[in-house]
Design a protein around this ligand. Sequence first.
Ligand SMILES: Nc1ncnc2c1ncn2[C@@H]1O[C@H](COP(=O)(O)OP(=O)(O)OP(=O)(O)O)[C@@H](O)[C@H]1O
Length: 593
Amino acid sequence: MRASRADVGMMRYLWRFRSYGRPHLGTLVLGVGLRIGELIADLAAPWPLALVIDNVLKGRTSGPLAWLTGIVGSSPLAMLSVAAAALLLITLASGTFDYLGDRVMNSAGERITAEIRTDVFAHMQRLPMSYHDRQAVGELTSRIAIDTSRIQDALVDLFSTLLPGLLALAGYATVILSVDWRLGLIAIGGAPLIFLTAARYTRLTRQTERRQRAAEGHLATFVTESLQGIRTIHAFGRQDLHDAHFATSNSTTLNAGLRSVELRARFTPLLEAAAAVATAALLWAGGLGVVNHWWTVGLLVVVTSYLKDMIKPMRSMSRLSITFPQGAASAERVAAILDQPPPPPTPHRRLPDRATGRIDLHDITLDYGRGPVLNHFDLTVHPGEHLALLGPNGSGKSTVLSLIAGLYAPTRGRLLLDGLPLADIPAIWLHRQIAVVLQDTFLFSGTIADNIRYARPDAGPHEVARAAEAALVTEFTERLPDGLGTRLADRGAGLSGGQRQRVGIARALLADAPVVLLDEPTTGLDNAAEELVVRALGHLVESRTAVMTTHRPALTRLATRTIHLDDGTPRTGGSPASKSARREAARATRRAA
Ligand SMILES: Nc1ncnc2c1ncn2[C@@H]1O[C@H](COP(=O)(O)OP(=O)(O)OP(=O)(O)O)[C@@H](O)[C@H]1O
């Protein structure tokens, strides 16, 4: 039960989430009130038995409950009826308070967790790509799914276990001492033995539980990674390798779990043994008092029953030494996400609905943290121009696109869209001006139409159908029984690479942004699939500014200018690919102007 200094230090992470409890303060106070009601009912529980023993069986008209004879008379039948009715009422009241208390506390806990989860997810989504590059997906998932629940456990335990537990112990001790202080002192004298047993156990359990959580964390990370790489596992047929890794990690988790089970199983008998020693001492000394007429048998029964009942709050409170440090550790992990600064707010300014599509990169340097990838890079893309960035692997082509899309901020230099610095324009406006088609289009679970509509959720079915038609998506959906309504599995499984790209192009067409960025959209496709994708892309880049990276001549045909990148610096500004492309660029520029 004793928390280490580190645990206490960690509690401040838990404390930080108190603001989530504030809107539910009324509910939490009501919950504590219900727990107090339950405690009062539990305190009353042994008294009907004392009434039967002292005032019915022994026929006494004295003792703590003697006043009842003045109300119901001293006939044994009346006393027995009162005792039986009181027992039923007390049990009913205790059960009702218990039920209501659990409901109130746990639903407040669930609501608090849902609110924390919503805030963490919303914040995490908005963190810059440079943050996400450093995080493992499995790790972030477990923070949102598991750590928030542990915070809930700790917060709920604070209100439903710690406060009522302390109240119960204080209540039992006060009542025991007030019914007869000598008998009370004998009973409470045994309490430290029970307390010390619980304290020793909880220290051991805390260490074991920590080991178990760490082992479970490793297992979860390994499973997430394996599922993300399931295609590679199948392609290489290396399930055996993953089985072996899993078995090692699983056996560590199993051993930690078994140790924890062993300790947990040992706890109740140990605590009861300690309570039995204290109860035996009370029975011996208390019995001696009954023989000497210092107190009644009924009183001894009541105090013995209280001593036994005191184990319940002690056992619940011993759990806190696990849930609190666990909750605090989880709070630290969740706070680490919330503490990441969000992108700075951009000042409000009036902007046109649609940019003309001029892009300027002035003296741009970008360093991801391992040395500059782009070095004093200059580039201007005119409205309606179709620029192809060529160059060897790793020369920085995709990085240029990421910068234009606003996914990364340059380390140095200025990046402008229509003459406006990207850093000064609201991200929401920027993302409406730029549509992106990546090398491997990510599709979400849902229908093909849902995935196209992702670019513009308010688009009507006709607009979606038109974009699908122009991107040659209908060419393959026509053969599917549900057409555009065909449901895709997780990550768009069920479509070929070329088909996925065309859905991505339809999505970009529906976005109807003046600037289009294409990051090797035909890589990995065979000639036939590439031909279809390039045709679809032809529709997409028409009348728009386009910047593309590619190694494929078929796509370069769409370009009106090419640039070769060599280690982050433009080497040559190539010539337009064809006369027709040049003419198209000139037309587009005039339209955009
Ligand atoms: N998110 C990132 N974090 C750290 N380094 C990165 C990141 N993205 C790219 N890099 C590094 O920057 C360099 C340029 O990468 P980039 O993807 O821009 O090149 P590329 O020319 O598009 O290559 P390819 O033709 O292979 O797609 C590489 O050395 C790469 O390792």
